[in-house]
Design a protein around this ligand. Structure first.
Ligand code: AMP
Length: 174
């Protein structure tokens, strides 16, 4: 199975959720057992030597491959959630969306300075969501942070938003 095959299994939905957006539906990728395994294998190979101790997934599509990868890497899994969902003490970061502001939160005791963190989400568009998550994780001063997506939408230039030292990688480019 090649990366081209993985790309063929992503469903494109035009004008969802609003006119003009080409929505990349990864449920069709996860539905296919060979694609799911191939994706997990590729992601594992990307990070197997990085001594990752915590995989941090962003709600909600980061909660699918995130735990799979954490298990393969012998790392823990940490959720970053939308405001008001986490039960214990949190720290938070807000970021501008097309309409209004969104806030994401992480538990205050989720990460420590000894951790090597891999941040994961399904897709990089403008980069606003992941930049906020990156800032949130940086507050814990972990040893290292890597950033991973399944898909990078190259045309939107989301990668440019990150510091030069940020290690941003995507499995597939569209
Ligand atoms: P952004 O903050 O603009 O990089 O948007 C990233 C978040 O929005 C991710 O959590 C994606 O799941 C979702 N997203 C943005 N654009 C798309 C798209 N064209 N197709 C699928 N999901 C998208």
């Amino acid at each position: 199975m090649s990366k081209e095959n993985l790309i063929k299994n992503i469903r494109n939905i035009p004008d969802f959720p609003i006119p003009g957006v080409q929505f990349k539906d990864v449920t069709t990728l996860f539905k296919n057992s060979e694609c799911l395994k191939e994706l997990a294998d590729i992601m594992y190979e990307m990070y197997r030597d990085k001594r990752i101790t915590k995989v941090v997934g962003i709600e909600s599509r980061g909660f699918i491959m995130g735990p799979i990868l954490a298990l393969r890497l012998n790392a823990g899994f940490i959720p970053i959630r939308k405001s008001g969902k986490l039960p214990a003490e949190t720290i938070e970061e807000s970021y501008a969306k097309e309409y209004g502001v969104d806030t994401i939160q992480i538990h205050k005791d989720a990460i420590d300075e000894k951790d090597v963190v891999l941040l994961h989400d399904d897709l990089l568009a403008t980069g606003g969501t992941m930049e906020a998550a990156y800032k949130l994780v940086k507050k814990f001063s972990p040893k290292d942070i890597s950033v991973n997506f399944i898909i990078e939408l190259k045309g939107l230039g989301g990668r440019e938003i990150f510091d030069k030292e940020a290690k941003v990688e995507a499995v597939l480019e569209l």
